[in-house]
Write a protein that binds this ligand. Structure first.
Ligand code: EPZ
Length: 419
């Protein structure tokens, strides 16, 4: 159960936004990289790790596993104990989906791991059968109990595994299981997300031998051991896309600093199709929005297709713009909870199975409730489009993935208070 936070946001939109927004480190790259740091007994130093609750929760779990975490000038150092504690049936483990990424490193390092079942946003069934099938091929046997996942090592040998469903954390888990296995592992139908490339770059710095990251076929040559290293995590493409949708809904001109455009091509192309003007200046992106941008239709796909993690934010954006659009959610079977809250603000959204038909127009302020991390961002997109006041509850969802959200929004002129 995720802790309920009593705090909420009060937003009064209607004015254009101007200034700079600094993009933080990627949540979905930092989470697997922190887990992968357990694959060596040497210290690891990580930079550009966002200060968000998912990260704090995962670091708390590492502390329970016996690690010591030191924070110093915007870096974290992770030191491992002589013997890792791999009995982790704590409720902090079930606060986040990414805790499933502890399975491979702890099984490989200790031979046995007992994890509380992973949690995460309620956007679908979120099985992890592919993880366990891949583990079995490599010699890690698993048992799913009512409240825990048990994985035990039975000799770790390289193998070929073909994913039935493309899975981001599944691919990450199998890579982490394979880097210290005897011999070669080939992963077919691997996920191609940039967060996997980031994990592989980190593992390579530790001495892993991996090729093919970013394609659907990844090859790993097992090595005897991995060493410590220091690594800077890439910037967060989903945070960037979320803020771009907010600026598109409000209008104005904003510079996104530490932004990495080549991981966001399809999102930027959609914004340009809407009529936004976007200038890529290397490590920053300038976006200018006037009042006559149009809604766009889109379908979510695995990378490099349109990210499912920006579906809610773009549904909200389309709802604020005159005209019709269609959104199809192909990744999760249940990721439209935000539509109900947007309807409270006057949005016209008609859902049939995985398709949402939006007829955009003027929205009004309302008291709304975030249902998951990206839905929280979507409600902000809607709120900035109206000069009415909107109250957004369940801020713990926003806190999971958006560092210094209120400060960043205030800096570009949004009237926003956390109460
Ligand atoms: C990662 O989740 C991200 N989380 C999610 O971001 C993101 O939405 C998702 O990838 C898709 O891009 C992290 O990286 C921590 P999947 P993950 O396994 O790995 C099916 C956010 O907002 N599937 O790629 O859990 C599954 O049902 C979060 O930051 C299986 O069938 O997602 C789903 O339909 C939300 N069996 C599809 O694959 C499996 O064993 C994608 O799931 C695994 C997955």
């Amino acid at each position: 159960m995720i802790m309920k936070s009593k705090s909420y946001l009060k937003i009064r939109g209607g004015n254009k936004l101007y200034g700079d927004i600094k993009i933080s480190g990627s949540k979905n790259a930092a989470l697997p990289i922190i887990c992968a740091s357990l694959l060596t007994d040497e210290p690891v130093i990580l930079e550009n790790i966002p200060n968000i609750s998912d990260i704090q929760n995962l670091l708390d779990i590492l502390r329970i596993a016996g690690c010591s975490i030191n924070n110093f000038d915007d870096k974290i150092e992770i030191k491992k104990p002589i013997k890792l504690n791999s009995f982790l049936k704590h409720n902090s483990v079930s606060k986040l989906r990414a805790s499933i990424l502890l399975a491979a490193p702890l099984a490989v390092r200790t031979g046995y791991v007992e994890l509380a079942l992973p949690g995460g946003c309620q956007i679908g069934a979120r099985p992890f059968d592919e993880h366990l099938k891949g583990f079995l091929k490599l010699g890690i046997k698993s048992q799913v109990n009512e409240d825990s996942l048990v994985c035990s090592l039975n000799g770790l040998k390289g193998a070929t595994y073909t994913f039935g469903a493309v899975s981001v954390t599944g691919t990450e888990n199998i890579i982490m299981a394979a880097v210290l296995a005897k011999g070669q592992t080939v992963i077919n139908n691997a996920a191609k997300e940039p967060e996997i490339v980031d994990l592989v770059c980190f593992l390579r710095k530790m001495g892993a031998i991996i090729s093919g990251e970013g394609t659907d076929r990844i090859t790993i040559e097992g090595v005897l051991r991995l060493s410590g290293c220091s690594y800077c995590v890439s910037s967060d493409r989903i945070e960037l896309g979320s803020y771009m949708a907010i600026v598109a809904a409000a209008g104005g001109e904003v510079n996104f600093l530490n932004a990495n455009s080549h991981q966001s091509n399809i999102v930027i192309n959609k914004l340009v199709e809407m009529g936004c003007v976007i200038e890529d200046n290397g490590s920053s992106i300038k976006m200018s929005v006037d009042s006559n941008i149009k809604p766009v239709s889109l379908s979510t796909e695995v990378y490099p297709g349109f990210p499912t993690d920006l579906q809610a934010q773009f549904m909200a954006l389309n709802a604020t713009l005159g005209g019709e659009s269609l959104i199809v959610e192909n990744i999760y079977e249940n990721r439209f909870h935000h539509a109900e809250e947007l309807r409270k603000m006057g949005a016209s959204i008609n859902i049939e199975e995985r398709s949402a038909k939006i007829v955009g127009g003027e929205l009004k302020g309302a008291v709304v409730f975030a249902s998951d991390l990206r839905a929280a961002a979507a409600l902000v997109v809607a709120a900035v489009s109206t000069s009415d006041e909107t109250t957004i509850n369940n801020l713990h969802y926003l806190d999971r993935g958006y560092e210094n959200f209120v400060e960043k929004m205030k800096l570009v002129g949004l009237e926003i208070e956390r109460v």
